[in-house]
Design a protein around this ligand. Structure first.
Ligand SMILES: Cc1ncc(COP(=O)(O)O)c(C=O)c1O
Length: 370
C-alpha cells in the first residue's frame, strides 16, 4: 500500500475539455475562464470570482488591492505554507506571525490582539487543510482596530463555517487549484469577493492593467485600442487550465463526500488516541492529525520503511531562515511544537475503501511498538 502525496481525480472529461479548447484556438483569458469563474462564484454564493495563475498571485493581488504596502504589517499564522508570508513581503509589508490554536491549526483569535501595532493594516487567516478558521472572532478584532481581513483558503474550497461556505464569509478570499488541493486546474487560483470595485480592479491588474479584456477585444465589431492606467501583472489563467477546473467543479461534491467518509474512517480507527485532532463538523476536505504520537511514529522502523503514509506537514513558517531575521520576534510555541509532530495524511478520493483502515492500523501498530 502506498498513498502518494497527491493524485488528483482526473479523467476523460478533463482530457476532452482541454482538447476542445485547443481546437477552438482560444487559449488564454477566453470564454472558459469566464465560465470557470461563474461556476465557482455560484457554488460559493458570492457575486464575483476572478481567476488568476495561482493562489499566491491571488493573495498578492488581494493585498495590493486592499492597499497594503511598504511599512505596513500583516498578521499571518506561523503555521502555514510559505506563500502566505512571502506575498506580504512582495508588497513591501512585514508579516507578523501569530501562533495557532492547537485544536484547529488556525490563527488563534486571542493572539491577534497582542500582535497589533500602529502599523498593522491587515489580518490574513488561513483555513488550514480544509479546517475553517474562526472568522467571526477574527472579523470582530479587525473591525475594532480598523483592519482588513484577507482569507487564505488555498486548501479549503468546499469547507463550511457556521453553515456558510468558506469564500462567503465577508472578506476577499483566495483559493488554490494546485494538484495538491481539493480540486485542481493544474495551476490556478481565484479571488472571491462581493466587492464589485475590487473584482474589477483585480481583472485589470491580472492582465497588465489593460483597460479592455481580451474577451472584449475579440468580441468587438470595430477596432478598439486598450489603455494602461495602472502597473499591472501577468497573473492570467489560461483557458486550458479553466477547462480542467470546470470539469473538476462537476466532481467537487463527490470528492468532498468521499474525503469526509475516509476521514471518518480514520476518526473511528484512531478514536482511542486522544492526541488525534478532533475535526470540526462539516469540515476536513483534507485531513490532519496531530501530536506527539506521530513524532514517535516518525522515528519508528515501520515509518521509515514507508509505513507512515503522509504529506509533508505545513511548516512553522516563522522558523524559516528567510523570515527569522526580518520579522518581529514572537513566541510560536504551538507551531514549532507541532511541526515535527504533525503528519497530514492524504485522503485521496480514489483507491480501495480498505485503505484508511489499513493505514490507521499501521499507525496504531507503530504506536503500540514505540
Ligand atoms: C495555505 C496556502 N496558501 C497559499 C498556497 C499557495 O498556493 P499556490 O500553489 O496555488 O500558489 C498554498 C499552497 O500549498 C497553501 O497551502
Amino acid at each position: 500500500m502506498n498513498i502518494p502525496i497527491t493524485k488528483p481525480l482526473l479523467g476523460l472529461e478533463e482530457e476532452r475539455a482541454v482538447s476542445q479548447v485547443i481546437q477552438s484556438g482560444w487559449l488564454v483569458q477566453g470564454p472558459k475562464v469566464v465560465e470557470f469563474e461563474r461556476t465557482v462564484a455560484d457554488y460559493v454564493g458570492v457575486q464575483h470570482a476572478v481567476a488568476v495563475s495561482s493562489c499566491t498571485t491571488a493573495l498578492h493581488l488581494a493585498l495590493i488591492l486592499c492597499g497594503i504596502g511598504l511599512g505596513d504589517e500583516v498578521i499571518v499564522p506561523s503555521f502555514t505554507f510559505i506563500a502566505t508570508a512571502n506575498v506580504v513581503r512582495h508588497t513591501g509589508a512585514t508579516p507578523v506571525f501569530v501562533d495557532i490554536d492547537p485544536c484547529t491549526y488556525n490563527l488563534h483569535p486571542e493572539g491577534i490582539e497582542a500582535a497589533i501595532t500602529p502599523r498593522t493594516k491587515a489580518i490574513m487567516p488561513v483555513h488550514q487543510i480544509g479546517l475553517a478558521a474562526d472568522i467571526d472572532r477574527i472579523n470582530v478584532v479587525a473591525r475594532q482596530h480598523d483592519l482588513v481581513v484577507i482569507e487564505d483558503a488555498a486548501p479549503a474550497i468546499g469547507a463550511m463555517y457556521k453553515g456558510k461556505r468558506v469564500g462567503d464569509l465577508g472578506n476577499p478570499t483566495c483559493f488554490s487549484f494546485h494538484p495538491r488541493k481539493v480540486i485542481t486546474s493544474g495551476e490556478g487560483g481565484m479571488i472571491l469577493t462581493n466587492d464589485e470595485n475590487l473584482a474589477e480592479r483585480a481583472r485589470l491588474l491580472r492582465a497588465h492593467g489593460m483597460s479592455l479584456s481580451d474577451l472584449a477585444r475579440h468580441q468587438a465589431k470595430n477596432v478598439v485600442i486598450e489603455e494602461y492606467h495602472d502597473i499591472g501583472y501577468n497573473y492570467r489563467m489560461s483557458d486550458l487550465h479553466a477547462a480542467v477546473g470546470i470539469e473538476q467543479m462537476k466532481k467537487l461534491n463527490f470528492i468532498l463526500t468521499r474525503r469526509k467518509a475516509i476521514a471518518e474512517q480514520y476518526d473511528a480507527a484512531l478514536s482511542d488516541y486522544n492526541e488525534v485532532l478532533q475535526r470540526q463538523p462539516g469540515n476536513a476536505p483534507l485531513f490532519v492529525e496531530r501530536g506527539q504520537i506521530f513524532q514517535q511514529l516518525g522515528d519508528s522502523e515501520s515509518a521509515k520503511s514507508g509505513g507512515a503514509l503522509g504529506l509533508p506537514p505545513p511548516r512553522s513558517v516563522s522558523a524559516s531562515r528567510q523570515f527569522v531575521s526580518r520579522t518581529p520576534k514572537f513566541s510560536s510555541i504551538i507551531s514549532e511544537r507541532s511541526q515535527p509532530g504533525v503528519i497530514a495524511t492524504a485522503v485521496p478520493p480514489w483507491g480501495p475503501s480498505s485503505w484508511p483502515c489499513e493505514n490507521a492500523r499501521r499507525f496504531t501498530l507503530c504506536l503500540t511498538r514505540s
